[in-house]
Design a binder for this molecule. Structure first.
Ligand code: AMP
Ligand code: ZN
Length: 106
């Protein structure tokens, strides 16, 4: 997936800082934050959206990564969002889970 911006980030092409990472996913700050803290949990494997995901183990690992990354960031209270499809606001077609905390402007 050479044209995918999140694959490039995972590949280290932009030297993006990962605030948390594990075997399954990387977590970095959203470039256009919609909350005081706005993180993106992104699977290392390219999957276009939740609609294309057929790996329930990966789904579980991603949700555990949300919890771990939130804890690592010192968040006790946060909102998780997955936009699926253009009409729902998905802009990057590599599955990701938003973590939003603090003052949320969504
Ligand atoms: P979505 O609208 O759910 O597809 O979310 C995509 C998110 O990725 C948006 O909130 C963007 O601000 C964010 N984004 C796009 N490009 C980058 C980037 N290079 N680094 C960090 N976040 C990005
Ligand atoms: Zn990708």
């Amino acid at each position: 997936m050479s044209e995918c911006i999140f694959c490039k980030i995972i590949n280290g092409d932009f030297n993006t800082e990962f605030v948390y990472e594990n075997e399954y996913a990387v977590v970095f700050k959203d470039i256009n934050p919609k909350a005081d803290t706005h993180l993106l949990v992104v699977p290392r494997k390219h999957v276009e959206s939740l609609n294309e995901l057929d790996d329930e183990v990966l789904l579980g690992k991603l949700m555990m990564t949300v919890k771990e990354a939130a804890k690592a960031a010192g968040l006790k209270s946060y909102r998780t969002v997955i936009n699926t499809g253009k009409e729902a606001g998905q802009e990057v077609f590599h599955l990701h889970i938003h973590i939003l905390a603090g003052s949320i402007r969504l």
